[in-house]
Design a protein around this ligand. Structure first.
Ligand SMILES: Cc1cc2nc3c(=O)[nH]c(=O)nc-3n(C[C@H](O)[C@H](O)[C@H](O)COP(=O)(O)O)c2cc1C
Length: 173
C-alpha cells in the first residue's frame, strides 16, 4: 500500500514539516508499505476555479491508497490551503482511507473533526485514532516539535487502523 503524508500548512515558518517527518520516521515500522511526504506548496495549486488546475496534484492523489493528514488548527478549522487542496481533486480521493494527525493549543482536535466531515464528502474514510499534539507540551517555544515517547503509540495505532481500512477499500475500487 502507498500512503501520502499530506502537510496541511503552507505558512512561512510552519512547523508541519517537523510533524510530517516524525510520522514518516515512525512509519518505517510498517514493513511492506510506502509512505511519502506530500507538500501542498510543491504543487502551487490555484484557488479552485481561479487558474489552470494542476493535473500533477490529481495524479498524485489518485496514485495513493490512503493518506495521513497533518493538520494544524487555524481559527478552529483546517487551513484554507488544505481545504483548497482537498477541493481541487474529486474521484481521485474516492474510496480511500485516511488517518488524521493534528496539533494546536488544544491538540488541533476542532480542525481534525472538521476535516473528517470534509473527507466524508470525498468518500475518504477517516480512522478513529487521531494522534493530537499540543503546542504547549509537545513543542518547545511553540516551534520545535519534541513529543514525549508516550505519544508514539497513538501514531502506531493509527497506522494499524489505516492500513487495515486501506486494504479493505482497495477491494471496492
Ligand atoms: C491564522 C492562525 C489562526 C490560529 N488559530 C488557532 C486556533 O484556533 N487554535 C489553535 O489551537 N491554534 C491556532 N493557531 C496556532 C497554530 O495552530 C500554530 O501557529 C501552528 O504552529 C500552526 O501550524 P503551522 O506552523 O504548521 O502552520 C493559529 C495560527 C494562525 C496563524
Amino acid at each position: 500500500m502507498k500512503f501520502g503524508i499530506i502537510l496541511g500548512s503552507t505558512r512561512e515558518g510552519r512547523v508541519s514539516p517537523q510533524v510530517g517527518e516524525y510520522v514518516k520516521n515512525l512509519a518505517a515500522t510498517q514493513e511492506g508499505h510506502e509512505f511519502e511526504i506530500i507538500d501542498i506548496l510543491d504543487y502551487n495549486l490555484p484557488f479552485l476555479g481561479t487558474g489552470t488546475p494542476n493535473q500533477a496534484w490529481n495524479e498524485k492523489i489518485d496514485s495513493l491508497d490512503g493518506y495521513i493528514f497533518i493538520t494544524q488548527e487555524y481559527n478552529h478549522g483546517m487551513s484554507g490551503a488544505l481545504k483548497n487542496a482537498i477541493d481541487s481533486a474529486r474521484e481521485e480521493w474516492f474510496n480511500k482511507a485516511a488517518g488524521i494527525v493534528s496539533y494546536g493549543s488544544g491538540g488541533g482536535i476542532r480542525a481534525a473533526e472538521q476535516l473528517r466531515l470534509v473527507l466524508a464528502e470525498q468518500k475518504v474514510a477517516g480512522v478513529r485514532t487521531n494522534p493530537a499534539f499540543n503546542l504547549f507540551t509537545d513543542f518547545e517555544n511553540f516551534s520545535e516539535f519534541k513529543p514525549g515517547e508516550h505519544m508514539a503509540q497513538g501514531v502506531l495505532d493509527m497506522f494499524e487502523e489505516l492500513i487495515t481500512w486501506a486494504k479493505a477499500l482497495k477491494t471496492i475500487r
